[in-house]
Design a binder for this molecule. Structure first.
Ligand code: ZN
Length: 346
């Protein structure tokens, strides 16, 4: 933590350098960032994002975060729902050194085993995790709304943040042949190449819509169980409208081949949709956090809270604050829907 990530990043940079020498050229700009002072409050990444917020808000397509690249052999990935299919696609194209199957297949088998234990099945089965905090994606996603992914190979707890987290441990026990470091560099490198080169940005907001609707349903059940006098029907409608619009948008993208000038408009739309979840006013009691759907829970450490302002108001049974947060969430979903509807006929 985080030198396994730094070494994987250097390997990605070296590999892309080799490709550049052979004539490869990305169509979008790739920036490598190695952040200072993460442990002291994400200081390096936060300062950089704040300093460059205008041009990042306007242009940044995605942010890929790797902190601890390897402390085991289980691939884990969290991120925005619009990048789930993209992440799955890359995972399907890289081989897991231990199982010989794809990273995706190994990951799905583990998800199935875990879900069997907790008896939670259904279409959330293969969802990637939600982003809370504890690493440098926070300013990118939660301050300015850049779609983000965070990934790494995980193992049993014990070495992380301890005196045993050393090169000796990694070489002897953690990843003796550094095969998982190399595998992470392959996944990361493929993601960078696809995001920087694919003509159509690989975002799918229909999954975002389904997730948002599910989050709202779960919060509504919470409000009911707490017997709060809170009407969330408008928020439910906004979530369902966003989901429907996003599904229709995605269906058209799957069906039609886009002409070059429309491609530009569609990419602009896909880029702006995540930004629609940013509310300049920020969340209640912590205005720096401006993403209405994802934040670390105030009392949850690194864990993500979805529709955090609303969930927290419900937890503390603060009705007036819950109404404000519900209205803020509703507006964000309406903005996202409007972004997709604008130029809805590519
Ligand atoms: Zn750390």
């Amino acid at each position: 933590d985080p030198n396994s990530g730094s070494s994987a990043m250097l390997e990605v940079a070296r590999s892309l350098g080799e490709l550049l020498k052979k004539g490869w050229k990305p169509s979008r700009t790739i920036i490598f960032g190695s952040w200072d002072a993460e442990e002291f409050g994400l200081i390096g990444s936060t300062e950089w994002v704040e300093e460059n917020s205008e041009r990042l808000s306007k242009n940044a397509v995605a942010y890929l975060n790797v902190d601890v690249a390897v402390n085991g052999t289980n691939f884990g990935v969290s991120g925005v729902p619009s990048l789930m299919a993209f992440a799955h696609g890359v995972m399907a194209d890289v081989t897991d050194p231990k199982t010989g199957k794809s990273i995706f297949e190994s990951w799905v088998s583990r998800q199935k085993a875990e879900k069997a234990n907790t008896a939670k099945v259904g279409d959330t089965e293969f969802q990637i995790g939600s982003l809370g905090s504890g690493s440098d994606y926070t300013p990118f996603l939660q301050h300015i709304g850049v779609p983000s992914l965070d990934m790494g190979f995980n193992g049993p707890y014990g070495v992380y943040h301890s005196v045993y987290d050393s090169f000796y441990w990694m070489e002897k026990f953690g990843d003796p042949n550094f095969t998982y470091h190399a595998t992470l560099a392959k996944i990361w490198g493929l993601m960078v190449m696809r995001l920087s080169n694919e003509a159509l940005l690989p975002f799918d907001y229909s999954n975002y819509g389904r997730q948002a609707e599910k989050f709202v349903d779960s919060i509504s059940r919470d409000a009911k169980e707490n017997e709060l006098d809170l009407n969330l029907s408008e928020l439910k409608k906004a979530a369902s409208d966003f989901r429907q619009t996003a599904e229709q948008y995605q269906e058209r993208l799957n069906r039609e081949r886009l002409a070059a000038n429309n491609l530009k408009i569609v990419n602009e739309t896909l880029l702006k949709t995540e930004r629609a979840f940013i509310d300049p006013q920020g969340l209640n009691l912590r205005p720096w956090y401006r993403h209405v759907v994802y934040a670390p829970g105030i009392y949850a450490g690194y864990e993500a809270e979805v529709f955090p302002a609303l969930q927290e108001a419900i937890n503390s049974k603060n009705i007036s604050q819950a109404r404000l947060a519900a209205s803020q969430a509703k507006s964000a979903l309406e903005r996202a829907k409007a972004t997709l509807l604008f130029n809805a006929n590519p």
